[in-house]
Design a binder for this molecule. Structure first.
Ligand code: ARG
Length: 575
């Protein structure tokens, strides 16, 4: 696609002494309001070297540019204050964007930025035998969107689910199961039953502290490969995975690898050996630690005094394994901000081990989600299950859709797409680091800045096109002679500019690991389209005019669909 900003830089280059074309490009801004044009070049920095007032420099630049090359590309070039404001020839920008969308369709927004580069996105990573609760949704949904963004940008992308399928809690679970559990109950409702046992363990352990020692002992056996413990653990894992799988299916999410913590259990000695070799491991009260006080962090416990390893040891082993196995260019960990210290610690440790790729490990953190109904605690068994939330979203959506009575067919399928989409969208609406409260009213509001609103706008565009007989589903291309001057009015042009920025926004969202950048952009597009829809008659008696407006409408449909898809949402055609 034509890079109009680059064209502006090109026009300015050669007119300004002492600034390279690249530097000029970096200075160019997007003006805050349409009267100031499409791009603005600030002259304040030049005042010193040119010994002139910025206003005068801007005026002279605007005058000298007005004549030549500019003519075919700019409607006008004006100075205002210390800025040179560039107004792109609207028909040129519109023709370019809309024809590119027709050309690239579902590929619009793709790039080759990632060619030849490998990125691991580790996300979701729930804990076996524990509920897949509403807190896990953040990692799952944010991680999936980040994966899709990078994939779209051409990176070779690998999704890893680092299951929490190891650790002392399995000692507890096994002890509890042996004392109070039954096979039938576990088979009937695995996670709820195992969770119940886990809760009971903690209650009982308060009265009978020796239970904790027993659990540690059992975990030790598990780590040493004792068949009986292994069998139980394996069974807990399988039953739990079945439940997780149901949620992933609802969300339409899959993984390339489920190598969780247990996968690294035989790779742990190597880590401790390496740490020893580098002189990083210290004995401390029988345990082994890495001292990080020099970096203002508490020591990292690598091996307990009974010889068992820890969460952090497994993370170090996993990182080394991934580098050796995948040779990644970047390894992204989508994990709650509560674990900031954990990641800082072990990132530092691998750096100290001499791995220069430590810098390629990125912790993409996020804030807490709480329910209006109250907070959660796994130990006390107060949990809101993600699956229940998704089911409820679908039910509530179906009620709303039936009430609206617009959709006549496929109501169930559409309710699923909208209900689950609403939960996903809500997750991705704010900067990920912000804590937020999950509110049903907000999530399912068809008029707010929500998933249903964007999906509804997409369906509206589809319905306009259908009415006009455009067979977009069959990939009908709207090309040929179109008179763009019909879609250069303010509402149409501001909308088109948002479509134009879509590829750039995808790049920005990926670079910042911030899907909300894209979420906000498609809300802007939806709002701009609805304004256009209300301000102007799309289906017109004048064939030429209608043709141009349908081209824009189809552009909106395509971009919204691509955007929703990148967030992990479906785009129903009616709702
Ligand atoms: N299973 C952990 C939890 O639920 C998250 C795992 C995060 N990933 C990692 N490599 N440490 O808290």
């Amino acid at each position: 696609m034509i890079d109009f900003k680059e064209k502006v830089a090109g026009a300015l280059a050669g007119k300004i002494e002492g600034l390279s074309r690249e530097e000029i490009g970096q200075l160019i801004e997007l003006p805050p309001s349409p009267e100031m044009g499409d791009f603005a070049f600030p002259c304040f920095r030049l005042a010193k070297t040119m010994r002139k007032a910025p206003g005068l420099i801007a005026k002279e630049l605007a005058e000298s540019l007005g004549g030549e090359e500019g003519q075919s590309l700019f409607e006008r070039i004006e100075s205002k204050g210390g800025y040179v404001n560039f107004f792109i020839l609207r028909t040129a920008l519109t023709a370019e964007v809309l024809s590119q969308i027709q050309e690239q369709k579902e590929g619009f927004g793709r790039s080759r930025e990632g060619e030849g580069k490998k990125i691991i996105v580790e996300f979701s990573s729930p804990n076996i035998a524990k509920p897949f609760h509403i807190g896990h949704i953040r990692s799952t949904v944010i991680g999936n969107a980040i994966y899709k963004l990078y994939d779209f940008l051409g990176y070779d992308t690998i999704r890893i689910n680092h299951l929490g399928d190891y650790g002392t809690q399995f000692g507890k679970m096994i002890v509890a199961y042996r004392r109070w559990g039954s096979r039938e109950e576990v088979e009937k409702a695995p996670i709820k039953t195992l969770l119940g046992l886990y809760v009971k363990f903690h209650e009982e352990a308060e009265k009978e502290p020796s239970l904790e020692d027993e659990a540690r002992e059992v975990f030790k056996k598990l780590e040493e490969g004792s068949p009986e413990e292994q069998k139980l653990w394996q069974w807990f894992r399988e039953e739990s995975l079945k439940e997780f799988q149901r949620v992933y299916e609802m969300l339409d999410i899959s993984f390339d690898s489920y190598a969780g913590e247990s996968f690294y259990s035989d790779k742990m000695d190597r880590v401790t050996d390496m740490l020893k070799e580098k002189g990083l491991l210290q004995a401390s009260q029988g345990a082994e630690i890495v001292d990080l006080s020099q970096w203002g962090m508490s020591p990292a416990l690598i091996r307990k005094k009974d010889g068992s390893t820890l969460y952090i040891t497994r993370d170090i082993a996993a990182a080394i394994y991934r580098k050796e196995h995948y040779d990644f260019d970047k390894c992204i960990y989508v994990v709650a901000a509560q674990q900031n210290l954990h990641f800082q610690q072990w990132f530092k440790i691998i750096e100290l081990m001499g791995f220069d790729w430590a810098k390629d490990c990125v912790h993409v953190n996020f804030g807490l989600v709480s329910m209006e109904e109250g907070t959660m605690s796994t130990r006390k068994g107060k949990v809101i299950f993600l699956e229940d939330v998704l089911n409820r979203a679908v039910e509530k959506t179906e009620e709303i859709i039936r009430e609206k009575n617009v959709v006549k067919e496929n109501i169930e399928e559409i309710s699923k797409q909208v209900g689950i989409g609403a939960v996903i969208f809500q997750e991705l609406s704010n900067n990920r680091i912000k804590d937020y409260v999950f509110s049903w009213d907000k999530v399912l509001n068809f008029e707010g800045e929500t998933g249903p609103y964007v999906q509804y706008t997409h369906a509206r565009a589809c319905s306009v096109l259908k009415k006009a007989g455009v067979d977009y589903a069959a990939g009908q291309k709207l090309s040929g002679e179109v008179d763009m001057s019909y879609i250069t009015g303010e509402a149409a042009y501001q909308l088109t500019k948002l479509l134009y920025r879509f590829p750039e926004v995808i790049g920005e969202a990926a670079a910042k690991y911030e899907p909300s950048v894209l979420t906000r952009h498609i809300v802007d597009i939806a709002q701009a389209f609805n304004k256009f829809y209300h301000d102007e008659q799309i289906l017109s008696e004048r064939a030429e005019e209608q043709k141009a407006k349908l081209l824009l409408t189809d552009g909106v449909r395509q971009v919204l669909k691509n955007g929703l898809g990148l967030l992990g949402m479906k785009a129903p055609e009616s709702m």
